[in-house]
Design a protein around this ligand. Sequence first.
Ligand code: DCP
Ligand code: MG
Length: 423
Amino acid sequence: MAAMHPRTIVHIDLDCFYAQVEMVADPKLKDKPLGIQQKNIIVTCNYPARARGVHKLMYINKVPKVCPDLIIRDGSNLKRYREASEKILDHLRGWTPEVERLGMDEFFLDVTHMVADEQEKMEKKLDFVGHVYRGETLTLIETQTRNESHVPSCTAKVHHCRCGCYQRLMTGSHIAQRIRTSLYQTLGYTASAGISVGKMIAKLSGELKKPNQQTTMLPAYIDGFLAPLRVRKIPGCGYSTSKKLASLGIETVTQLRNLSKQKLIKAVGAQIGGRLHDLAFGLDTSHVVATVREKQMSEEDSFKSCTAIDDVALRILSILRPLLERVRMRFQKHGDLPSTLRLTIRDRLSHQKTEQSKINTSGGAYFTTRTSRQTTIPLGFFHPENKKQEGYCVDHLMKLFFKMLLPASKRLVGPESWANNTE
Ligand code: DCP
Ligand code: MG
């Protein structure tokens, strides 16, 4: 009979990532409270800072009151964080090719094959390493098999699956521990990990104990663990989906479970609705999709207002420069050169009030949620030898800008030359 829970998935999340990159580069910072600033926000901070009350996405003006001696490092240049992420990805690939990167500091590893190999050569019975969700109950259940009369009645309700997942996850917990140890010993990074039978649940389990710890979730506990969580916790349930659900009075996974799949699909659409419904019951068959070299490279920035055409060109230039630098590095490493240039704009208003901005767009005043235009670039243009690429790119991006939002750009003041250049 096929196992009910055949897979073992490990989710790895680097601890206070940007701050850790700074600490690895400068170990003096290690035990001092450290925050990483972008614009007027502390995007992340190390754990000594968190112990003092600093938290992720804290406004910089709150810092003096909470932690006046916080050391602040500028995190606006992502280059070093990207490089660190790349090194970590390479290291994890040394363990298994089945590594999927999510953002910069999260990685899913499908270790099913490693577990199978390990179990074949395993001689003695292992125990779990790290935390096990409701591990105390687990001990009681072990006792139960030995001497039924000593077991409190409540624990008798939890039945362990007999498909072999218990043993596999136990082995998985050792593999996760070894991976984390090697990451630390080789690159100096600590990470937290979750180990379970699917991606979502591995990710959520890893969040239970941080930093530098790991938690295994057995299938018998998944249902109870998910039930009280807020829907927003489910990967894929973003801001707008959770808003729609809240308008139906649904805020927790239990409430979500009580909504029929049809109603859910009607409220949030077939794709998200179908997946959310399954995830609410812990059903997650999504695979770890090995990360390959990105087909696209992008940079983005946000800013409050941009009222002059020259301002737009300056913004574009400031985003373009680090991107061109990355293009150069990639060419040196892999020999790749891009062939397309794309500009994407998202209006702040449309982000906050999508519905309203849609209405306004028809009046020509705002952009829709996301607007993109692209153009083909002559082959070889991005070759590092070409010194004119920066100016050429700005020209092209400005043309794309005007193509996209000619109506809205009429509100901008400044030289007409960019606009006249549109194709
Ligand atoms: N980040 C960011 N802006 C956000 C969220 C995150 O710039 N709104 C960056 C800073 C983080 C990194 O992404 O260091 C990874 O995000 P995490 O949410 O995993 O946070 P950390 O790794 O910093 O902390 P934790 O130890 O809680 O994982
Ligand atoms: Mg992290």
